[in-house]
Design a protein around this ligand. Structure first.
Ligand SMILES: [Zn+2]
Length: 100
């Protein structure tokens, strides 16, 4: 039987924003801010393929497609991929939006 010991150190990702954004509620208003050193790629949730990050916009007033809450979230777009992901301060994770 093969050994399946695989003790990678856990990546220090405080929320499920893949290190692109961080959650902040400093003044009582939950919002999402851009991380200082965001990764260049994040994995596609369906294929696991690395998607190259094109633009990151944070602290954007938007309505989350998942929880329908108006919040100050963040958007990330990708090179060569029409999808976008919305970082929701309510869900505290990336919500993937279908491409146009
Ligand atoms: Zn949400």
């Amino acid at each position: 039987m093969p050994q399946t010991a695989c003790y990678y150190p856990r990546p220090t990702v405080p929320s499920d924003f893949h290190g692109l954004f961080r959650f902040d509620s400093g003044d009582g208003r939950p919002r999402v801010l851009r991380e200082a050193l965001p990764p260049l790629t994040i994995p596609c949730p369906t294929t696991g393929r690395q998607l190259r990050v094109a633009t990151i916009e944070a602290n954007t007033s938007a309505i989350c497609p998942e929880c329908a809450t108006l919040g100050h979230g963040g958007y990330v777009s990708f090179d060569g991929d029409l999808r976008m992901a919305y970082a929701c301060p309510g869900c505290r994770r990336l919500v993937w939006l279908p491409g146009a």
